[in-house]
Ligand binder design. Structure first.
Ligand code: TNX
Length: 524
């Protein structure tokens, strides 16, 4: 049966079930039914029948079942989410043919949080492109769109109280061409200004939130702080320890220049930003970033040192935890809670336990131990380990099979009691055009959807590969876009995945970005 993610229980039987624009949807969950009818209007089919939605309070939040009763279908669910997922399953099963083979399904997800993160800061993605991402997520029953809106290289969300953030903070002088040269400290740049006018108005953000909501997806904004803040500091230099003039960063990596957590104005600034945007995003969680915060400047800063003394904080990491706790309290006062990258665990003894950590690093000193300690003490965690799920990495080093094998066990955890869910991020330093975006994102999103929905005991990579091929026609028919061509090579040193012959063909992690530089020279 061609469904991704693979349902928990699926019994095949003889006969066919009609499912098309001629199918009548009756029963409960009005808004889902109305929406589903719209989604199916282009699905051809002759046979008239009904899908009857029934509310069953014995079901869990996202659980649903599908069963044939004579020519009709009974769908059971407790919530709109469950009902919506039943429609998505039938949509995939029929795949535009107007029917599917008779099947009885009882399904629910392994994890409640199933996220995809988009970096809109390094490169900007249009509202229409984001809607496409949300469509794909909805088809895969993913439920959180984590939106990374700010970083050193660009600020991309309108803040009325601080207009410079988008007037100036969205623009960088130019863009580095390769990671390879970055490591050698002599990177080349493309010489082209980037980002003028490339930001989302608050109305556009609202439009995306509404679009996602119809598809049962929550949108979670991320304002990355106190690190990754050079774009904001370039507009308001007094927010940094040295308070000196600087430019929106035109280099990738980790910057020493961060917000000064010894300065009360910084706390006010951060609260003002939160205040302006929390109401746009009704989701209960707000992401405060917190990753890659070098403490060099804080060590030398009289204000930071004085603040630590005043509060009895023993380390600069504790100062970051203090900042996090202040943000958490403020978010709480707005009815929200908080998520941050795993560096927020560096002084976890003073971090409030209700925070959710997102575990991504494997090279940060002691990161795994800190995350495990957090989870042992009951701290909830989202799993996003860089060497399994990062979408910006070459397929040669992160093949789909590796992503498919990701589980709490590969993180060295004995159980997943405190796993809140999983998320796959797309960072876009080297993802500059939609062609490369599609190639790096969608195959992995399809793979990851099964990783966070289907129980490990219910997964098979061989079977997944077959269903993956089937998705090609499905997405073409449903959304008019082609999944990048997939070519399978077996073996360790040969590439697993290729597109357009040599255009983005990768053999080692750097080859890909070198090639990309050639493309950019040719005006791409
Ligand atoms: C690390 S993952 C970062 C990002 C980069 C990414 C590149 C994380 C929380 N921080 O700033 O874009 O690596 O893969």
């Amino acid at each position: 049966m061609n469904v991704i993610p693979r349902p928990l229980k699926l019994e095949e039987s003889t006969g066919k079930i009609n499912f098309s624009s001629s199918t009548e949807m009756t029963g409960e969950f009005d808004s889902v039914r109305a929406f589903a009818v719209n989604m199916l209007c282009d699905v051809k089919g002759e046979g008239r029948n009904t899908v009857c939605f029934k509310k069953d309070d014995a079901f869990e939040e996202e659980e649903y079942s599908i069963e044939k009763r004579s020519g009709d279908v009974i769908v059971k669910a407790k919530t709109e989410k469950g009902a919506f997922y039943a429609v998505m399953t039938m949509k995939q099963l029929s795949s535009g043919r107007g029917y599917f083979e008779n099947v009885k399904i009882h399904d629910k997800p392994k994890y409640a949080y199933r996220g995809f993160m988009l970096d809109s800061a390094r490169h900007f993605w249009s509202v229409d492109k984001i809607k496409q991402m949300i469509d794909v997520m909805a088809n895969l029953k993913m439920n959180v769109f984590h939106w990374h809106l700010t970083d050193d290289q660009g600020w991309r969300i309108e803040i009325k109280k601080y207009p410079l953030l988008t007037e100036k903070g969205s623009i960088r002088k130019d863009t580095p061409l390769s990671l390879y040269n970055y490591w050698n400290n002599k990177e080349e740049h493309d010489g082209k200004e980037y980002g003028r006018g490339l930001f989302y108005t608050q109305d556009e953000a609202r439009e995306i939130v509404a679009y996602a909501k119809e598809r049962q997806i929550d949108v979670m904004p991320e304002i990355d702080m106190p690190g990754h803040m050079v774009a904001a500091i370039s507009c308001y230099p007094h927010l940094s320890c040295k308070a000196e003039e600087t430019q929106v960063s035109n280099r990738w990596g980790v910057m020493d220049n961060i917000l000064c957590c010894g300065n009360d104005e910084v706390y006010e600034f951060a609260k003002d930003i939160i205040d302006e945007i929390v109401d746009i995003f009704p989701y209960k969680y707000f992401h405060i970033g917190g990753d890659e915060v070098p403490k060099k400047r804080w060590k030398e800063c009289p204000k930071c040192q004085a603040k630590m003394k005043e509060l009895g904080l023993k380390s600069e990491n504790a100062l970051q935890s203090h900042f996090n706790n202040v943000m958490l309290k403020h978010l709480n006062s707005k009815g929200k809670s908080m998520i941050g990258w795993n560096e927020i665990l560096d002084a976890q003894e003073i971090l409030e336990p209700e925070v959710i950590a997102q575990w991504w690093t494997n090279y940060h000193p002691g990161a795994a131990e800190k995350a495990k300690r957090w989870m042992k003490s009951g701290g909830k965690t989202i799993l996003s380990l860089v060497n399994y799920v990062y979408m910006d990495h070459a397929f040669a080093i992160r093949p789909l099979s590796k992503t498919y094998g990701y589980s709490y066990r590969t993180m060295g955890l004995e159980n997943d009691d405190n796993v809140a869910g999983m998320e796959i991020p797309q960072w876009t330093e080297y993802i500059r055009d939609e062609e490369k975006f599609d190639m790096n994102t969608y195959p992995r999103l399809i793979t990851f959807a099964e990783v966070c929905w289907s129980d490990d005991s219910n997964k098979s990579y061989e079977d997944f590969e077959r269903r993956f091929e089937n998705m090609r026609g499905y997405f073409k028919k449903s959304y008019g876009f082609e999944l990048p061509h997939q070519k399978v090579y077996r073996g360790k040193t040969t590439p697993w995945y290729s597109i357009n012959k040599n255009k983005y063909w990768v053999k080692d992690p750097y080859f890909e970005v070198k090639l990309n530089r050639e493309l950019m020279k040719n005006g791409k």
